[in-house]
Write a protein that binds this ligand. Structure first.
Ligand SMILES: Cc1ncc(COP(=O)(O)O)c(C=O)c1O
Length: 390
């Protein structure tokens, strides 16, 4: 029995090597990985450009701390800012830290600008924003909070896409931010409604409520654009990033409108590792690949192909196909666990999500042949479980 903490329920699998869309386990069996480490290795395992950048950086300089200037951090911030909405960027090490930073920024903004009278944050039911005390309080799922009560009490969860409910809360006058995912990842691939987002964005802008979009799972190409908010023609005030940002090297980031970012002046927030040389070098390589001409177009085309083929496979079955871009999945009522385990038996890795959903996240770099192989394994799995019309 290992001394390791028992807080994860792990599959009985141990991987020793990764290459592109494939993982090899300790018995030599090769699996197709359509989970990507929960949307982290979006460029596939050990992408040569990322590996090269990490190797080169590891030989030169790994960490100095934020006591000093870090040129590659500044360059990365500039590039992310250009990919986004021209915001300033703070670097940290995980998604929950990025959200923690966004919530602290909203608090300090509300405290300084509104004399502490605006501090409530609205989030969606069924959302997921992390597992720190503050981000689990923001999360709209009781199971994440269970055992950790009392949680922070300045969050109000509204039903996803309920604009009237949002306005109702906002009118109380103490709301500083609306924090939302464009597609709920952990929550089961529920998409935001365009009308809600456009109206909410407009309302937030008019009433100085900060629109925080949690792009931790949706970002870095997963939905077919660098950030999911871009599909909707809105501009958030703050976005939070992590997962795919450095293709597996731990990193998180928050981008905020410069006039809001200003409220976090020197000494008001920080983290030891955030934006060190190694993580930044990996993230620069990720951006090199993702901003190549035609890359996102190809992701969108592959995503459309993949989803259409899944819809064909599961046509007239009890399975519903969900998602946008390469952030796809299926809802398999009552058979989530069985399906995932059977898929593993068949050599395909997928990821569970709330409400009977299975996330199917191929690497954005997967070839059409690999997508077809995965589709074949999904079909085989469904047939073996006697799902629907097979
Ligand atoms: C939307 C969203 N926000 C926040 C987080 C938390 O990120 P991390 O696990 O890196 O702390 C996740 C992780 O799954 C996520 O999907």
């Amino acid at each position: 029995m290992s001394a390791i903490f028992k807080n994860y329920a792990r599959y009985p699998l141990t991987f020793v090597k990764g290459e592109g869309a494939r993982l090899t386990d300790d018995t030599g069996r090769v699996f197709l990985d359509f989970g990507c480490g929960i949307s982290v290795v979006n460029l596939g395992h050990c992408h040569p450009k990322v590996t090269e950048a990490i190797q080169k950086q590891a030989e030169t300089l790994i960490h100095t701390s934020n006591l000093y200037h870090i040129p590659v951090q500044e360059q990365l911030a500039d590039r992310l800012s250009r990919c986004g909405f021209g915001g300033d960027v703070f670097f940290c090490n995980s998604g929950m830290e990025a959200n923690e930073a966004a919530l602290k920024l909203a608090r300090i903004y509300g405290n300084k600008k509104y004399d502490g009278k605006r501090l409530r944050v609205i989030t969606f039911e069924n959302s997921f924003h992390g597992r720190s005390f503050m981000t689990l309080s923001a999360t709209g799922q009781d199971k994440i909070k269970k055992g950790y009560e009392p949680v922070a009490d300045f969050f109000t969860h509204i039903q996803m896409n309920d604009f009237a409910g949002f306005v109702n809360e906002a009118k109380k006058g103490d709301v500083i931010a609306l924090m939302i995912e464009a597609v709920q990842g952990e929550g089961g691939l529920a998409p935001i409604d365009r009308e809600f987002l456009v109206n909410a964005s407009d309302y937030c802008a008019k009433n100085d409520i900060l629109l925080i979009m949690d792009e931790i799972q949706t970002g870095f190409g997963r939905t077919g654009d660098i950030f999911a908010y871009k599909h909707f023609g809105v501009t958030p005030d703050i976005i939070t990033l992590a997962k795919g940002i450095a293709n597996g090297v731990p990193m998180g980031a928050m981008m905020a409108r410069p006039d809001i970012a200003e409220y976090m002046s020197a000494g008001t927030h920080g983290t030891t590792f955030g934006g060190n040389y190694l993580a930044c070098a990996a993230a620069m390589a990720v951006l090199d690949v993702m901003t190549e001409r035609g890359f996102m177009q190809e992701v969108r085309e592959k995503g459309d192909y993949f989803k259409t083929r899944m819809e064909e496979i599961f046509y007239q079955t009890e399975v519903t196909v969900l998602g946008i871009g390469m952030m796809t999945g299926i809802k398999v009522p009552g058979k989530q666990k069985d399906f995932i385990n059977k898929a593993i038996e068949n050599g395909l890795l997928t990821v569970p999500a709330g409400n009977d959903v299975i996330r199917i996240y191929p690497p954005l770099t997967a070839s059409y042949e690999e997508l077809d192989e995965g589709l074949g394994l999904l079909e085989k799995t469904a047939r073996e479980l006697e799902i629907g019309g097979f």
